[in-house]
Design a protein around this ligand. Structure first.
Ligand code: SAH
Ligand code: SF4
Ligand code: F3S
Length: 466
């Protein structure tokens, strides 16, 4: 059953979901689905959901409520709208979604979206399928490749999944359950995808995985490749001028990866390295399997290899048993490192995870207070980091036209949006920009003259700590 139909995908949660949403659209394109930005226009709505915190899961049910009304209205006008729930809520509570939300036509887990065409046929017959197995086949072998035009229309920077799942089992986290065991894609398949991206005009690739630096994929030479080795190979691809990887675990930062930050000019001097807490007692209860000092040592070694390095992190406040002293340990770790931004969350008990059964849960009001303090400190560090960029010249990869006439916007090596007055012909290129000012979120600058000599790819920033 094909024919022109409209697809609307809404993505929640992490970069893995953002990537998966694009691949679902690619999978459905040959079925006659074209994408729309307007849910009201859609014949098929896919909610690609996140289960990481309670609020994230609740959002799904309120969104389904809104969609149900839209679906009913369309039905009274004689148009059938299909609602699919994908992603980590689908994986964690697929059967419950079907019970609670009769408007949902199908549920598909993150490892099964290559089966969407078949599931849609079943849904059309009124079957309401729930597909949350971890299938034996590799979904990537069945996914359809997007055209060059489609890749480029999505921007100059792309995500590429190289690893999925997690074996770490932090006691607060649902990911090992929703995404399953750690699996690395083979090098040859990753290279083929990277070459396709480069050929379509992509300049920056961010390789992604729930635990990306645990990557250990089969190489074409019969050896197991590390992330470092993969990055070195990706850096050789003509046209790929910027590389990033996310999200990393402190335990899996090895010497070879640190060396890449020294040796590969393509590897951006910015790393998202979640630490969660600065208290050894809490890190132990979280089963993070690293200490505060381990983390600080990794940061130091990376800064020695690459002085321009900037760090961002994730923090959880109010983990069960967290005392004021534990929280102060987190605050002092933040002071010691000096972050260029971070994500921080109140601990949210997740069904089925060990921490949700711990009996020393922290009061909501305490969590709120600690989160506020922590975010104020991070905001101050972020502001200092941005101010420190003023007067420096940073390489900017231009991505799109800006909101004001004559303006274009790109990203600094540190992922800061940079706005300049310059012709749109610069979009898709990297140029040095002198940073003149900072806004609350972006930087403002002027395109600097290209030196005849090789320009600095990124200006070293003063160490942010202390
Ligand atoms: N794989 C990544 C990201 C995991 S989820 C990693 O290991 O870092 C992203 C962030 O959500 C985590 O780093 C953590 O800070 C937060 N998070 C995960 N579970 C949570 C929970 N139960 N309550 C609050 N925050 C949580
Ligand atoms: Fe979750 Fe920990 Fe795995 Fe990250 S490392 S995905 S926080 S279990
Ligand atoms: Fe959320 Fe699943 Fe990502 S729970 S953070 S969408 S792996």
């Amino acid at each position: 059953m094909t024919g022109p139909r409209k697809l609307y995908i809404k993505s929640y949660g992490c970069q893995m979901n953002a990537y998966d949403s694009l691949r679902m659209a690619d999978m459905l394109a040959p079925e006659g689905f074209s994408e729309t930005n307007d849910a009201n226009d859609a014949d098929l709505v896919v909610l690609n959901t996140c289960h990481i915190r309670e609020k994230a899961a609740e959002k799904v049910y309120s969104e389904i409520g809104r969609l149900r009304m839209m679906k009913d209205e369309a039905a009274s006008a004689g148009r059938k709208v299909t609602i699919a729930v994908a992603g980590c809520v689908a994986q964690a509570e697929g059967a419950e979604i079907m019970r609670r939300a009769p408007a949902v036509d199908l549920v598909v887990g993150p490892q099964s979206y290559h089966r969407l065409p078949r599931l849609l046929e079943q849904a059309a017959r009124g079957e309401r399928p729930v597909e949350t197995e971890f299938p034996a086949e590799d979904k990537f072998d069945f996914l359809k490749n997007p055209t060059r035009e489609k890749i480029r229309a999505r921007g100059v920077s792309a995500f590429l999944t190289i690893q999925e799942g997690c074996d770490k089992f932090c006691t607060f986290c649902v990911v090992p359950y929703t995404r399953g065991a750690e699996v690395s894609r083979p090098v040859a398949k990753i290279l083929a995808e990277a070459l396709r991206l480069a050929d379509a005009g992509i300049r920056e690739i961010t390789v992604i995985g729930q635990n990306v630096n645990a990557y250990h994929g089969d190489g074409p030479d019969g050896q197991t490749w590390t992330l470092a080795r993969l990055l070195r190979r990706l850096a050789d691809i003509p046209g790929i001028d910027r590389l990033r990887y996310t999200t990393s675990h402190p335990r899996d930062v090895d010497d070879s990866l640190i060396a890449m930050h020294r040796d590969l000019p393509e590897l951006m001097p910015q790393l998202h390295l979640p630490v969660q807490s600065g208290s050894n007692r809490i890190l132990d209860a979280m089963n993070r399997r690293h200490t505060r000092d381990d983390y600080l040592r990794v940061v130091d070694r990376l800064r020695s290899a690459q002085p321009a390095m900037a760090f961002t992190s994730d923090f959880i406040v109010g983990f069960p048993g967290e005392t004021d002293a534990d929280f102060q340990d987190t605050m002092s770790l933040i002071e010691d490192v000096g972050f260029a931004g971070s994500f921080s969350f109140k601990y949210s008990p997740r069904p089925g995870t060990p921490a949700s059964d711990m009996d020393n849960q922290v009061a909501e009001s305490v969590k709120t207070q600690r989160l506020k303090e922590l975010q104020e400190l991070i905001d101050r560090q972020l502001a200092a980091f941005s101010r420190n960029c003023v007067g420096q010249t940073l390489d900017v990869l231009f991505e799109k036209v800006g909101r004001h006439p004559g303006q274009i916007v790109g990203k600094s090596p540190y992922l800061q949006p940079v706005q300049v007055m310059a012709p749109p012909s610069l979009i898709g290129t990297i140029a040095p920009v002198r940073i003149d000012d900072t806004g609350s979120y972006s930087l403002f600058g002027t395109v600097a003259a290209q030196d005849a000599a090789e320009p600095p790819r990124y200006a070293p920033l003063a160490a942010m700590g202390a």
